[in-house]
Design a protein around this ligand. Sequence first.
Ligand code: ATP
Ligand code: MG
Length: 435
Amino acid sequence: MSELVDVAGILDGKYDGQRVSVRGWIYNKRSSGGIQFLILRDGSGVVQCTLDRKNIGEKCFERVERLPIESVIELEGIVRVDNRAPEGRELSVDRVGLILESQPDYPITHKRHGVDFLLDNRHLYIREPKMQAILRLRAKTMEAARSWLVENGYTEAHSPIFTAAACEGGSTLFEVEYFDEEGVYLAQSWQLYAEAMISSLGKIYTIAPSFRAEKSRTRRHLAEYWHLEVEEPFTDLYGIMKVGDELVTHICHTLARERPRELRRLGRRPEELLRLEPPYPRITYDEALELLRGDGIELLWGEDMGWQQEEPLTKHFDTPFWVTHFPKGVKAFYHKPDPKRREVTLSADLLAPEGYGEIIGGGQRIDDYEELLQRVREEGLDPEDYKWYLDLRRWGSVPHSGFGLGIERLLMWIAKLEHIRDAIPFPRDMRRVYP
Ligand code: ATP
Ligand code: MG
């Protein structure tokens, strides 16, 4: 056999006119006259392969014709540039090697299936080219994020998943059995631990699962999601927004340059991502209420913005944009009140356009001991539970800020997904832990 290559390389035009071999699964097939069209999938993409009865011989042709989809084969042939092929290139096959014949009753046909059926068969559905494209974008998102963070001097750090303190409010906590302890939960964020680690490591980040018992079913909430979090000493609200601007832009540009085919398959033009430039527009919470009022949508000052408000607000922008200075009552206790206007916090959310809404939540943290103690009490929390966290303000406390970015939220916008569950291979929500 000739050189074994991957499908992405063929589609990228690396082997035009050359003889190569590919190995993968038969995703789909059809015949017309003496020609069979096999859509072959490997880990990198799908490519059309044509088999001509005259070239490969009667027996082989019929053997392939009888193979069920998802059978595994190795094909050798010449890469041809052909505008009629789905991706502009195809493999004109002259040798076939069977590796494994699949069973004939693969449940996912190329007809329409219901949402629940596809979720029950998620272990198979992730093979679909649409899911393959999303998951490849997801991997590249992680890679691009890491490379930007490392390049810019951030150290990766890790926090516990079993935690005893709530940081994002009690209503979405998952309580777990933990030996004889009461009040142990799955982490909603690395927040409190990150603040301890900055005095050891300086600028830090993590990419890890966060857990939220979201009791209402929405298109933007998972019970388990991947959270990219950044925490940084000697940085204020404006400094941390700049980090968010540059990180998100770097991810978008990297995907546009390195995964254009996957983006196009999902209906996102790479040029739309390439034209994004930091800094993104910034409006305050008060200005957001004004814009909404102009649209005939009333939100009482002090109330949190939900999707009903975020969605119309995004129509005013065609890039991501920040909403800053949220009222104290809608943000977690550790957000620093604005010294110039104490009823609002030095907080900022980054909202994605096109109706997608929040992808980042963050801001500046309280660095003063008395102020933090007062906020803990105001929220009705027990200072004893937060003793270690309060300690951080006693020895060497500096202004510091950070944010959390939902990987699936970001991907949902970039890949134009209708539902967040498709941004993760095996989604977890109120109704589903299978498969
Ligand atoms: P929302 O108001 O949309 O529920 P939040 O204010 O609870 O979000 P944060 O606590 O600020 O979110 O969390 C940081 C980021 O984590 C959010 O900006 C979002 O991208 C992501 N995120 C939060 N909750 C979820 C969830 N249930 N599923 C997926 N991503 C989430
Ligand atoms: Mg929430």
